[in-house]
Design a binder for this molecule. Structure first.
Ligand SMILES: Nc1ncnc2c1ncn2[C@@H]1O[C@H](COP(=O)(O)OP(=O)(O)OP(=O)(O)O)[C@@H](O)[C@H]1O
Ligand SMILES: [Mg+2]
Length: 149
């Protein structure tokens, strides 16, 4: 299916850009008139994905983060967060709740779990040494359909 609208933005993996990223995605999604909860879910998921690029993908330096948001008919949204960082050796293990590669108890290992529970579908593609792409799909407007409003 072809998207009805697309937004692309890219920026350096500086922590100041984490809030920029979620606000930029939220501003684009606003045209779909999302609920407060839907917007919060998407912003939180984007934050988790972008934070992972900053702290894991480019842990030894600064690189570029690429976000693409696509809007499809029926208020379906797809958010892609891509980096060209270190990559993930074992995606299955990385996606397990409470798995973290960071030592020292600073991280909970729950980022992917959050992305998974706040969106309808999470896909992770990665190549060691080449980078990682996270794709999150979410259909908006589910509640109003259920309520029949
Ligand atoms: N973009 C990425 N590039 C390289 N490795 C990643 C990337 N995203 C996630 N990972 C790996 O997957 C693991 C799990 O990620 P997840 O976000 O679930 O937990 P975390 O970042 O370690 O902790 P938390 O998100 O709770 O602070 C990370 O510890 C890291 O090893
Ligand atoms: Mg994380």
């Amino acid at each position: 299916m072809r998207p009805v609208n697309i937004m692309k933005v890219n920026f350096l993996s500086r922590s100041a850009n984490e809030s920029f990223a979620r606000v930029a995605v939220a501003a684009f999604i606003a045209q779909l008139d999302p609920t407060v909860d839907e917007l919060a879910d998407i912003k939180t998921s984007v934050s988790e994905a972008v934070t992972n690029c900053i702290v894991h993908a480019y842990k030894d330096g600064i690189g570029e983060i690429y976000i693409t948001v696509k809007i499809y008919e029926n208020d379906k949204v797809s958010v892609t967060v891509k980096d060209k960082g270190c990559g993930i050796e074992n995606i299955e293990r990385a996606m397990e709740p409470m798995y973290t590669s960071t030592q020292g108890g600073e991280r909970a290992g729950l980022g992917f779990t959050v992305m998974q529970s706040f969106t309808d579908r999470l896909r992770v593609k990665s190549r060691l040494g080449f980078g990682t792409t996270v794709i999150m799909d979410k259909k908006l407007g589910k509640k109003s359909v259920a309520r029949g409003t």
